[in-house]
Design a protein around this ligand. Structure first.
Ligand SMILES: [Zn+2]
Length: 285
């Protein structure tokens, strides 16, 4: 049982800690969050525009949430959505679990997480994703994982952050070659954000956890939590998250120049869709 972990807030300091979150601070963050459209494209509009439609087909052994579970996950999803609106997309990307809990309590329009919601969040995080069909590596093992602001760099006009060092250097390399034809479409995503995106998929499939995990890594399993990022072609909209991106001139030059190392190639063994827009930074090899 990892329950105690998230009550023991890291002594090392929490990014943008919300011990007493000021509305003013969040409003500033909201204003900073320049391009909301991009987020909507990434998280909502593209959700069905998949490379391989067959992953959206239900399979016989898919794991489906019970009606009781669905009720809880749906209210958790809605609360996270309200929280994202309140703190702003950029900040929400890197928010840690403890801060999310505190912030929700602080704002009436978000409201405190219920015990059932917290339990479900925890169960989702710690329960083996393999049980619903995801076979990737778990790269973040604690639900309370906190990302320090000093580790990050905010990418202007993207509403996203990248980790300083390898990730940012790789992005700079790409931009150097491609100029502003290529943009960051999703950068660092901590556990709260990844859970929100995962639940978004679960809700869209009316509770099918297996379909969700075939189209998005569950929280803790996404390399966005430690290094990877997504890029797209400016003006290409939702098609950046489809196989169409792999047919663009931009993608071809990036591949030729060796900048693109795809995390999830076609027919990968992890049970995840092919994502040509996803740049692999971290590697064991
Ligand atoms: Zn990605």
């Amino acid at each position: 049982m990892k329950r105690r972990e998230f009550l023991d807030i890291s002594k090392t300091g929490i990014i943008l800690s919300a011990a007493a979150p000021s509305l003013h601070a969040f409003d500033a963050l909201l204003q900073e969050d320049e391009d909301q459209t991009l987020h909507l494209i990434h998280e909502e509009a593209c959700a069905d525009a998949l490379v391989d439609k067959s992953i959206l087909e239900p399979r016989e052994d898919d794991i489906i949430a019970t009606a009781k579970e669905y009720k809880v996950l749906y209210s958790l999803y809605q609360r996270l959505r309200r929280l994202q609106r309140t703190v702003g997309h950029a900040h929400f990307n890197v928010l840690n679990f403890d801060t999310a809990i505190k912030t929700a309590r602080w704002y009436k329009r978000v409201g405190p997480f219920t015990k059932a919601e917290i339990d479900y969040f925890e169960e989702l995080f710690y329960e083996s994703a393999q049980s619903y069909g995801f076979f990737g590596e778990k790269v973040i093992v604690s639900m309370t994982n906190s990302i320090q602001k000093r580790e990050l760099i905010k990418i202007r006009r993207s509403g996203h952050y990248l980790f300083k060092g390898d990730s940012f250097n790789k992005y700079k390399e790409i931009r150097k070659v491609m100029g502003n034809k290529v943009i960051l479409t999703s950068g660092v995503r901590n556990i709260v954000k990844q859970t929100y995106l995962f639940l978004n998929k679960v809700v869209r499939t009316k509770g099918n956890l297996s379909i969700a995990s075939r189209s998005l890594a569950p929280a803790g399993y996404s390399y966005h939590g430690i290094s990877d990022f997504d890029i797209g072609k400016v003006g290409f909209g939702a098609r950046n998250f489809t196989a169409d991106f792999a047919r663009t001139k931009e993608f071809k030059s990036l591949t030729k120049m060796g900048y693109i190392k795809i995390r999830y190639p076609k027919n990968n063994p992890f049970g995840v869709r092919y994502e040509p827009w996803h740049i692999k930074v971290y590697s064991d090899a």
